[in-house]
Design a protein around this ligand. Structure first.
Ligand SMILES: Cc1cc2nc3c(=O)[nH]c(=O)nc-3n(C[C@H](O)[C@H](O)[C@H](O)COP(=O)(O)O)c2cc1C
Length: 184
């Protein structure tokens, strides 16, 4: 079962990338195939510019979404929303999101942007009939040890538990869907 994690931050010492690595490990432990796609390695052009369909990074992202049964987006919160790299990736991959299970893990600067993923969650539900996992992770700088260094790690026990819950619930929900789900 392919549960793909997409790390959407372009920051060189990204906190949400640390969440992505944790989730990938936890999902592998549960028996899932959990590839981690790092958008820093796939600099995609902005959706709407010319030559998009021939761009190898765009093609890679489209294939990654196509092959996944579930996708967990690990996203930075910018301006009370997911960052523009994440939104651009969704725009570039479009209908390939149809009927996927989708989860979120966020890194934010403070607690007041807690509901920032709701706009993109609504869009994925309404446009592509995605099943949104209502468990999500929301971490801030205080939740990380060695913050913004190459040795950064999740130090918060609560965030670790929530990552576990997100991995387990995404795995269980995806496994429980009948094979007919995607064609209904
Ligand atoms: C342009 C910009 C906008 C931001 N907007 C918000 C925001 O609205 N709410 C918030 O809590 N944090 C905000 N932040 C802080 C980031 O969410 C925070 O630095 C987070 O760790 C980024 O994720 P990353 O480390 O994976 O790149 C913003 C940061 C930047 C650079």
């Amino acid at each position: 079962m392919n549960i793909t994690i997409i790390s959407c931050s372009l920051h060189p010492q990204s906190r949400s990338y640390v969440l992505a690595k944790e989730l990938s490990e936890k999902l592998c432990h549960l028996g899932a195939d959990a590839p981690l796609v790092d958008l820093r390695e796939h600099p995609a052009p902005l959706c709407g510019t010319s030559g998009i369909s021939e761009n190898p990074h765009v093609q890679f992202l489209q294939e990654s979404i196509e092959q996944a049964r579930a996708i967990i987006l690990t996203v930075p919160i910018y301006n009370y929303d997911i960052n523009s790299a994440a939104k651009n990736m969704i725009e570039l991959t479009g209908r390939r999101w149809s009927k996927k299970v989708v989860g979120f893990a966020c890194a934010a600067g403070g607690h007041s942007s807690y509901m920032s993923v709701m706009s993109i969650a609504n869009s994925l539900m309404l446009d592509f009939r995605c099943l949104i996992n209502p468990r999500f992770v929301y971490a801030t700088g205080d939740d990380f040890g060695n913050d913004r260094t190459p040795e950064m790690f999740v130090q918060s026990e609560k965030i670790n538990e929530r990552l576990d819950e997100l991995a387990k619930s995404t795995f269980t929900l995806t496994a429980a869907l009948p094979s007919t789900w995607e064609s209904t």
